[in-house]
Design a protein. Structure first.
Length: 180
């Protein structure tokens, strides 16, 4: 479903009640109305909009380069884009890699709590994961780490959908993002 379809369903949707695991139409409407440029593109990326994806990568990379200049954390345009791609991946795909967010594994008659995430349904991205995503060796990661967190911080502060869901659910949806 693309963002236009989601929105047309959203404004016609009678049942705005919470359904587990689904982003409710009302959230798209609410989030888009209050979102920044990066924030609204992030919503579209979650709805698999390729144009929005390219746009948000460039916007985020650009912002990161500028902020890096101020903080003396210099980023080449290429580095900024790699970090943007990886941070967007992390924030838009928080699900556990084993259960895909289901929290439990259902076999024939058995329902078992996912061993990988312990029933949380989220993947906790490690430095190793992040280095691998960025195509950097584990040894060189420390040189990238502060820059990655800077990019993630820009992204999180623009992520209206996450903020709204957090308020609504009282949960830390992106608890894997530890920004020091
Ligand atoms: Zn899991």
């Amino acid at each position: 479903m693309n963002i236009a379809e989601i929105l047309s369903v959203s404004v016609n949707e009678d049942n705005l009640a919470w359904k587990e695991g689904a982003t409710m139409p009302v959230e798209y409407v609410a989030a888009l109305s209050a979102a920044s440029e990066i924030g609204s593109d992030l919503l579209r990326v979650r709805a698999l909009d390729k144009q929005a994806y390219r746009r948000v990568v460039l916007l985020l990379a650009n912002k990161a380069e500028k902020q890096g200049m101020k903080k003396r954390l210099f980023l080449s345009p290429a580095m900024a884009q790699i970090l943007a791609v990886c941070a967007i991946h992390e924030i838009t795909q928080p699900q556990c890699l084993v259960c895909r967010g289901a929290k439990v594994m259902v076999t024939e008659k058995l329902k078992v709590v996912c061993h990988s995430c312990g029933g949380i349904g989220l993947h906790r991205y490690s430095d190793k994961d992040r280095a691998r995503m960025c195509g950097v060796s584990a040894e060189s990661w420390p040189q990238w780490e502060r820059r990655y967190h800077m990019v993630m911080q820009i992204l999180v502060s623009n992520d209206t959908a996450a903020r709204l869901s957090r308020i609504k659910l009282g949960k830390h949806l992106y608890s894997s993002v530890d920004i020091g």
